[in-house]
Design a binder for this molecule. Structure first.
Ligand code: FRU
Length: 322
């Protein structure tokens, strides 16, 4: 009997050393349990755009049926993703995007909305006046540009709030290098908005070390174990929930590969998490994680039973000489 060919999804992740991207991969793996006809080839590029371009070329050589990609930077990744898409391989972009429309579906939260939510919350907290330092993500990546735009859009309504922007790169080193040099400005700063929880948490540590424990900090991501815990412990004033889209990406891939429709853009939900809703959110996350672990356990059990069954069948075959 001929086995049905598994469809192959190439996954090009820009890097996976941080907790948020580990969570994205875990969500993908959990969703794959429901799709035994799909197989993945996974590559992570260590946060390097050239490496990522190279890895996408190699994935294409392996004859993938679909590409899921979270592109490190928009400009360096656009040409290769353009060419993959134009060659007829469906492309799903997740979280970060490219400069062209060469993708079948984009999955992620609306980052302009993320910036806007943070801005409105900050203005409200400050009573519409004061000084803010904004620490951006990597400028060449789309979420940083869009979060900055959304934040600026919100701030336009509050002329008595002054915002100083410093350029981070999503990682803690960029904050460690720049923030201590701004001690004078920090004296007059009431709030910091950092584009992710990694940089927000680093900013909190530095503010404490420099003697400014009163500066309140807002981050983005709000994932269990990191951002949610920082908000729960009041290290952060708030964080904007930024779902990873890992599960949704696999579901969209399955639909595309089974010739079903998908929207060009699928915006995931985002909300502000602060002390008023953090515990409820954590409980919801815990419930989902427990259910998913259960599903994975049952899947393993079924596979091991199937294996036992095959072994027994073979054994019987040997005994009967068939
Ligand atoms: C993880 C991360 C997140 C951020 C996202 C933006 O690598 O830096 O913290 O929200 O990427 O693309």
């Amino acid at each position: 009997r001929q086995q049905q060919r598994q469809l192959v999804i190439g996954i090009s992740q820009l890097g996976d050393a941080d907790a948020w991207r580990k969570e994205m991969k875990a969500e993908m793996d959990r969703e794959l349990v429901f799709n035994p006809d799909l197989r993945i080839i996974y590559r992570q590029a260590g946060y390097n755009s050239q490496t990522q371009v190279q890895q996408i070329r190699e994935l294409v050589k392996k004859k993938i049926d679909l590409l899921i990609v979270s592109p490190n930077e928009a400009s360096p990744l656009t040409p290769i993703i353009d060419s993959v898409y134009k060659s007829g391989i469906p492309v799903i972009t997740v979280d970060r995007n490219i400069n062209s429309g060469s993708y079948t579906s984009f999955i992620g939260a609306d980052n302009i909305e993320v910036g806007r939510l943070a801005g409105t919350y900050a203005a409200d907290f400050l009573g519409q006046k004061g000084s803010i330092i904004e620490i951006t993500g990597l400028q060449s990546s789309t979420p940083a540009r869009q979060r900055e735009k959304g934040f600026a859009d919100a701030m336009a309504a509050f002329p008595q709030i002054n915002v100083q922007v410093i350029r981070g790169d999503w990682l803690e080193g960029s904050v460690q290098q720049q923030l201590p040099a701004l001690t004078d400005q920090l004296r007059n700063t009431q709030l910091i908005f950092a584009h992710n929880d990694v940089m927000a948490n680093t900013a909190a540590t530095i503010c404490r070390q420099l003697g400014f424990p009163g500066i309140r900090i807002i981050g983005v991501d709000a994932q269990p174990g990191t951002g949610l815990t920082f908000v729960e412990h009041k290290t952060l004033l708030a964080s904007v929930l930024y779902p990873t889209g890992g599960g949704e990406a696999i579901r969209a891939a399955a639909r595309i590969l089974h010739k079903q429709e998908v929207p060009k853009r699928d915006f995931l939900r985002t909300i502000i998490v602060d002390s008023t809703n953090v515990v409820m959110l954590q409980q919801q996350f815990n419930k989902v994680i427990a259910q998913q672990k259960d599903i994975v356990r049952q899947d393993l059990l079924l596979k091991s039973q199937a294996k036992t069954f095959r072994t027994q069948k073979n054994l019987i075959g040997v005994l009967l000489g068939t």
